[in-house]
Design a protein around this ligand. Structure first.
Ligand code: SF4
Ligand code: SF4
Length: 284
């Protein structure tokens, strides 16, 4: 790997404004690299550094703001409500995240003005989701090439009433156990740098990656701003607890029904008020 690129990653790690990343040095793959196939095993041993270079290259060229690795095996008893049955055969999660543009999030309002929700729908959902999913596919293919299993969990899309109102595995739980942030009363992941203003993708894998952090246990304390501002009244005001069900904090059906109504009124089914109002993401 080029020296300049490696320096960038190391300099950016846990930086205020740069990429939040951990475990991306060669040490992220402790030897020996296990593989299912002897040919792949030889390939993996010889090309260990190349694998890391490929991985890092995608994280940088695709301009992710967050990268983290979580150790599923440490939290299997706590993740049953977050898609753990799907993750049971995997030992690690890989989280990637994009920070949303504050110039767009700050424009959101209950009665949106043109072109606020168009910008939000396009740049904060459609485009970012596509970018995340493309990158998850590329990262998964690298892991599989080196002999590991990798199951990408796509970025969360708006869901109609024919599908369950949760993803196959919780991106927020994955980022939480990777040490990238904590989960607020809004059920959003709160990061140090941009609060909840980010979108996430996850890969489940059996690659022996070194975790970048541990479950971040923190809560909102007395803050109730998102609870008061949610136009659907979807939040109960309870703090997040990993082993409690989402319904203790959040009624996803109230949120979904409100967003469907907005779609009828304004033509686009997005809201994002809970993300906008959280003091952890606001600069002013
Ligand atoms: S997106 Fe809107 S309706 Fe849904 S929980 Fe957030 S503030 Fe409430
Ligand atoms: S607005 Fe307040 S209560 Fe809601 S998630 Fe942010 S810190 Fe927590």
């Amino acid at each position: 790997m080029e020296k300049s690129r490696r320096s960038f990653i190391q300099k950016s790690a846990f930086g205020m404004a740069g990429l939040t990343v951990g475990g991306m040095s060669a040490g992220a793959f402790p030897t020996p690299i296990a593989s299912r196939d002897s040919n792949i095993q030889r390939l993996s041993a010889v090309h260990k550094m190349e694998l890391m270079a490929e991985f890092e290259n995608i994280i940088i060229t695709d301009q992710f703001d967050f990268f983290g690795i979580g150790d599923l095996s440490n939290y299997s008893d706590k993740l049953s409500d977050y898609g753990y049955p799907l993750a049971e055969k995997y030992s690690k999660t890989i989280s990637v995240g994009y920070a949303l543009l504050p110039t767009i999030v700050d424009r959101l309002s209950v009665e949106p003005e043109f072109p606020s929700i168009e910008l939000y729908q396009h740049f904060c959902y459609d485009l970012i989701n596509q970018m995340i999913d493309n990158s998850l596919l590329k990262l998964s293919k690298i892991l599989i090439k080196y002999g590991y299993d990798a199951l990408p969990i796509p970025a969360t899309k708006a869901r109609d009433n024919t599908k369950p109102l949760y993803g196959a595995f919780s991106h927020k739980a994955a980022a939480n156990i990777a040490g990238l942030g904590w989960i607020g009363k809004s059920c959003l992941l709160i990061t140090e740098s941009v609060g909840p203003r980010a979108r996430w993708g996850t890969i489940l894998t059996n690659a022996p990656l070194t975790p970048t952090g541990n479950l971040t246990e923190r809560d909102c304390g007395d803050c109730n701003i998102c609870v008061k501002h949610c136009p659907a009244g979807a939040f109960t005001g309870n703090n997040f607890k990993m082993n409690e069900s989402r319904e203790n904090r959040y009624d996803a059906f109230k949120c979904r029904d409100y967003i469907v109504q907005r779609g009828k009124k304004y033509g686009l089914s997005v809201c994002g008020i809970c993300m906008k109002v959280c003091p952890y993401g606001r600069k002013t």
